[in-house]
Design a protein around this ligand. Structure first.
Ligand code: UT7
Length: 323
């Protein structure tokens, strides 16, 4: 028998304000047709003035705890994947911990941009498998609307705000691919590509900065790297793409999602797609898609899932889990 990190609850939170593509037509040389055709995005949510990443994360965490039928006192670690933490420090995860009224356990942020949730899942799985934690709240939450250059039509129409969370708990498995829980993880980064997707501010500049992206360059890397990391995670689990019920991809661009599914020889019927409603919410996009996919009745207990993501760094990776 081995210890597996098994999904015990899932939830999400989206800010109230929904912004359709047409809104950008008022201030930029763009249109709904271009945004839909090139990215698949139709609308996105933006946080209200003063609404922070830790607040979105707390709402998603509460929803996941309710779904699991658990209390904050049942959790011994919080991992929050975000690149838009409220403050430089402390970690936004500790703010969520305080908001939940938790004084036990430990909390920290993971910063791997759009791949952040995959990195956070790998960390949570390792903590649980090694006996350092019994139950971990894994959250992805972002307010990318705070780092947009609203004059750059190549980026500001693509991103949105939101949060999603999972409760992962230790359960014993047989050590086979039939077990529920996280079965394999595969992580990569390559810092040579920092200039194709970054924020031009931070501690060293004394400003928050704004997101800068060479979209075509990121696109060029995305499909090959995503399909390869998904395949590698499946190999580690002793599975292949024919075993997959759902790809739950990072939701950056429908063309990347379609291209990756095609490379994995899977039809779009096996892919959870939310990019039309959320835009690119960076580290929040996979847990949002998991929660929405479960609510839609797509993801069911026992299903085999592959999540995959790529973003700034470049950082990318995949996780294979049985729901
Ligand atoms: O989550 C982190 C990872 N990020 C990603 O995965 C993003 C990856 N990249 C992409 O999703 C796509 O590259 C974009 C959606 C960003 C852009 O799509 P594209 O098909 O690669 O377009 P492009 O950048 O090659 O631009 C094509 C044309 C350009 O005009 P010219 O040079 O051909 O005259 C752009 O200036 O589209 C123009 N353009 C726009 N037109 C109308 C760029 N943004 C817009 C816009 N509205 N919003």
């Amino acid at each position: 028998m081995i210890r597996r990190a098994v999904v015990q609850g899932v939830g999400h939170y989206l800010p109230e304000r929904v912004v359709p593509n047409s809104e950008f037509e008022k201030t930029l040389d763009t249109n709904d047709e271009w945004i839909r055709a090139r990215s698949g995005i139709e609308r996105r949510h933006f946080a209200a003035e003063g609404e922070t990443t830790s607040q979105l994360a707390t709402r998603a965490a509460r929803a996941a705890l309710d779904d699991a039928g658990l209390q904050p006192g049942d959790i011994d670690a919080i991992i929050l994947a975000t690149s838009t933490a409220d403050l430089t420090f402390p970690a936004a995860a500790t703010m969520v911990q305080a908001n939940l009224g938790m004084t036990q356990g430990f909390a920290f942020d993971v910063q791997a941009v759009c791949a952040g949730f995959v990195y956070a899942l790998a960390n949570a799985s390792a903590l649980i498998a090694s006996g350092q934690a019994e139950r971990v709240l894994v959250i992805g939450a972002e307010t990318f609307s705070r780092i947009m250059d609203w004059t750059d039509r190549g980026t500001c129409v693509l991103f949105g705000d939101g949060a999603g969370a999972l409760v992962l708990g230790a359960e014993s498995g047989e050590g086979t691919a039939a077990d529920r829980g996280i079965l394999a993880t595969d992580l990569h980064s390559d810092g040579r590509y920092r200039d194709i997707l970054y924020v031009d501010g931070g501690v060293s500049t004394g400003t928050t900065g704004q997101l800068r992206m060479q979209g075509r360059e990121v696109f060029r890397h995305a499909i090959d790297k995503l399909a390869a990391t998904a395949q590698s995670a499946l190999d580690k689990a002793g599975l292949d793409s024919g075993d997959v019920d759902w790809i739950v991809p990072h939701q950056a661009n429908i063309r990347i999602i379609q291209g990756t599914a095609k490379k994995m020889n899977l039809p779009m019927d096996n892919v959870v797609v939310t990019v039309q409603d959320h835009g690119n919410t960076s580290a929040a996009s996979i847990p949002l898609a998991l929660s929405v996919g479960r609510d839609r009745g797509q993801i069911k207990q026992g299903d085999l899932l592959v999540t995959e993501a790529i973003g700034g760094g470049l950082a990318w990776g995949a996780v294979v889990l049985r729901w």
